[in-house]
Design a protein around this ligand. Structure first.
Ligand code: FCB
Length: 457
């Protein structure tokens, strides 16, 4: 039998009993910096060289003034859900004290706009835009203020949000922000990163408690669990250390197992973890109703020297790690991230094993490529292929019995890719530099077709 080439393989039929949508985050798309307080990403962007192309939060995608147009794009796509984040400094300009009525009204309108279009709002409370006035995630104070902010947002929007995520990717906030220094607040202080990781999780637990006390449902968190593979036996110790800091630290805290013993043992040179209070642990481990996973790539760790670079894959982000290198294999995306669709199943298994019974979502998945604009469209075939392969693997995970209930593509729009600015584009819809005109790429057309031809299980 002749194997079908990828090009002629039938497209996967998407199940009708799963939620599909797209995702964005406040600082990456909103603009309107004048309408809110400052956040650590504004400060970081003002540091020369911190963001490669000098991008700042203004105008981003100007999403706040164009959100009707953007929500219409969601209708055109035919999605069930849209994951957005709330800018903490827009709701509470200094991260504490009175809320801004105008800020809350903005999100009120956005959520109503989604509901009018029959789209479920999936809301992330913290996607990295920490108010500048707060002491940072190394402080218990920040975790407590986060709970106050969560309560204020819950009180206002809770009647209309279908799923809540407290945090997006606490590993990234803690380690790229406080150890590798490539994200805000740009610190290179391993001890601070470990403390930040813990206080982020405390913030999650405290916020969850407040939301639950309001009777809100579908409360969860989004992690970027990443399968870690040792390429050779010499890299095994580093792979275990990396897996501990990146995956098991968060999963064990959520599962009520505290901080893994090997993580404590592997970081004694930086901290004695004395900021951990026994009474915090049950708060952090309160049951979640769903877990979001963001999946892009895997961590392939090698003991062989290599000069291959991939954004964010840096040993400085794993304090105390034995020496090793990251060795992504071809093909890679514009981020240098290995395209490894099977890894999404391994990532889902990590959560399914650690937190049995918790419904899982892929809360982000997608790829950056250098798009070429042609007179007849934007033929981002690599991105289409990336989606096709990853969605097929997610369906395989479901067939294996993993309870994946949702899948959200990152991202609806080309937006500010953090320290990469606009040099790396993940959108299924192009945002033209300068005019900010929106143009669906072929990947958006692909999603539209797929969403229109769903099958019942
Ligand atoms: C994730 C972030 C998201 C986006 C993608 C590419 O780590 O959550 O905001 O930048 O990476």
């Amino acid at each position: 039998m002749v194997a079908m080439s990828d090009a002629v393989k039938p497209e996967p039929a998407l199940p009708a009993d799963m939620t599909f949508g797209t995702a964005t985050a406040s600082w990456q798309v909103e603009g309107d910096v004048a309408g809110r307080g400052h956040c650590i990403w504004d400060d970081f962007a003002a540091t020369p060289g911190a963001i490669v192309d000098g991008t700042t939060g203004e105008p981003a995608c100007d999403h706040l003034t164009r959100f009707d147009e953007d929500l219409d794009l969601l209708t055109w796509l035919g999605v069930d859900a849209y994951r957005m984040s709330i800018s903490w400094p827009r709701v509470q300009p200094t991260g504490m004290g009175p809320v801004s009525e105008a800020g809350l009204a903005t999100y009120d309108r956005m959520i109503d706009g989604l509901l009018e279009r029959g789209i479920d709002p999936v809301v992330t409370l913290y996607h990295w835009d920490l108010p500048s006035e707060l002491p940072g995630w190394t402080s218990r104070e920040t975790a407590e203020r986060f709970a106050d902010y969560a309560e204020a947002v819950g009180a206002r929007l809770g009647d209309r949000v279908s799923h809540w995520a407290t945090l997006n990717e606490p590993w990234v906030s803690a380690y790229l922000g406080y150890a590798a220094g490539v994200h805000a607040p740009g610190r290179r202080a391993p001890a601070e990163a470990l403390s930040a990781a813990y206080h982020l999780m405390l913030g999650h637990g405290l916020a969850l408690e407040r939301l639950r006390a309001q009777g809100l449902i579908n409360l969860g968190i989004v992690l970027n669990l990443i399968p870690v593979y040792a390429d050779d036996p010499g890299a095994q110790a580093a792979a275990t250390h990396i897996d501990g800091l990146h995956n098991r630290f968060f999963l064990d805290l959520l599962a009520g197992r505290g901080i893994p013993a090997d993580v404590v043992a592997g970081t004694t040179q930086f901290t004695d973890w004395s900021f951990v209070q026994e009474s915090d642990l049950p708060i952090i481990a309160a049951p979640i109703d769903w877990l979001g996973e963001n999946y892009y790539t895997v961590n392939r760790v090698s003991s062989v020297a290599s000069d291959v670079t991939a954004v964010g894959q840096d040993l400085a982000a794993y304090p105390g790690s034995p020496p090793a290198t990251f060795a992504p294999r071809e093909p890679v995306t514009a981020m240098g991230w290995e395209v490894y669709p099977e890894g999404i199943v391994d990532a889902l298994r990590l959560a399914a094993t650690a937190l049995p019974g918790v419904p899982l979502w892929i809360a982000e998945n997608g790829a950056a490529y250098a798009d070429v604009v042609s007179p007849d469209g934007i033929h981002d075939i690599d991105r289409v292929d990336y989606y096709r392969q990853h969605v097929a693997q997610v369906l395989r995970a479901r067939a294996e019995g993993i309870d994946v209930q949702g899948y959200l593509a990152w991202s609806l729009l080309d937006n500010i890719e953090w320290a990469e600015g606009f040099t790396k584009r993940f959108g299924i819809v192009r945002v033209e530099p300068g005019t900010l005109t929106r143009t669906p790429k072929d990947s958006a057309l692909w999603w539209r077709d797929r969403l229109a031809t769903r099958v019942s299980p």
